[in-house]
Design a protein around this ligand. Structure first.
Ligand code: R5P
Length: 282
């Protein structure tokens, strides 16, 4: 068995290979002068079983992933496991308006074409997995690793920014061994959210807010401001997928005591590796 790393997941693929105790091969990825993607797995042949790790976001990574799947097959892989740490377009999982595509379904159908098994991490809507109808599929959660990461960080309370994220907060809190609760979020626009005041005992406590995605940071910033008003001693923000769109990180640094994400999207604060959770389902 071998792990092949795509350009979005150099660190995670290496971590995964090390947890599994197998070789890791980083694919060569370049751009042609016209910006089309060039990939090559520089091996004479591959073992019959391979694990490819690459995001399907942004769009350029989606194309790279499809090309790497075909390249792996061409080198003799009979069973290809594709790990998509951050599955793009997962938030477009419905036809909100007539004439729109169900983007998540389109992505799922194409990603499974060369694959025997698909692994995602904290996919925004788990029912998206039903659209992998020709490949086996499993979604793994980052919560155990997030909990382990913060287990000695002096956290007193774990909060979900909305009720929908409660399960994750509960899991993280149980690993740390502290209480958990959730806030009440009202989305005003794509970038603006309001966190309703709620009767929570946060005074003097070190709070950890856990979400699946931090995109513009609007949710975390609104929650942090509310928690400060309520007397929280410190506010740390964490998530599985740190998109940090539209320059969110510097804004978050101004509001939060610490910001840490898992390494499904690799960047400045992706300190928590989800490799052990992925390894469990290989
Ligand atoms: C929403 O359903 C997600 O769980 C996140 O709360 C959301 O994507 C965060 O977005 P933003 O950082 O832009 O507030």
């Amino acid at each position: 068995m071998i792990v092949i790393g795509g350009s979005s997941s150099r660190g995670l693929s290496a971590d995964l290979a090390s947890v599994l105790g197998v070789e890791c091969e980083q694919a060569t990825v370049k751009r042609f002068p016209d910006n089309e993607c060039y990939v090559r797995i520089e091996k004479e042949s591959l073992d019959p079983e391979a694990i490819l790790v690459q995001n399907s976001y942004p769009d350029s990574n989606f194309v790279e992933l499809l090309l790497l799947q075909e390249a792996a097959r061409s080198l003799g892989v009979e069973r290809l496991v594709t790990v998509v740490p951050y599955f793009g377009y997962a938030r477009q999982d419905k036809r909100f308006e007539k004439g729109e595509p169900i983007s998540a379904k389109v992505m799922a159908h194409h990603l499974q074409l060369y694959s025997d098994k698909m692994i995602t991490v904290d996919i925004h809507t788990p029912s998206i997995l039903d659209w992998f109808d020709t490949a086996e599929s499993v979604d793994v959660g980052a919560a155990p690793e997030i909990g382990r990461f913060f287990s000695k960080a002096g956290i007193d309370l774990v909060l979900a920014p909305d009720q929908g994220a409660s399960k994750r907060a509960n899991e993280v809190a149980s690993v740390i061994g502290v209480e958990w609760d959730y806030l009440v979020k009202i989305r005003l626009s794509g970038t603006e959210v309001k966190i309703s005041p709620k009767n929570l005992d946060v005074k003097g406590r070190n709070v950890l807010i856990v979400d699946d995605i931090i995109s513009t940071g609007g949710t975390i910033i609104a929650a942090t401001r509310e928690l400060r008003k309520m007397g929280a001693s410190s506010v740390t923000a964490t998530c599985t997928h740190g998109l940090f769109a539209k320059g969110a990180l510097p804004k978050l640094y101004e509001e939060c005591d610490k910001v840490v994400s898992a390494n499904t999207l690799e960047g400045e604060v992706s300190e928590i590796s989800v490799a052990p959770q992925i390894a469990k389902v290989i």
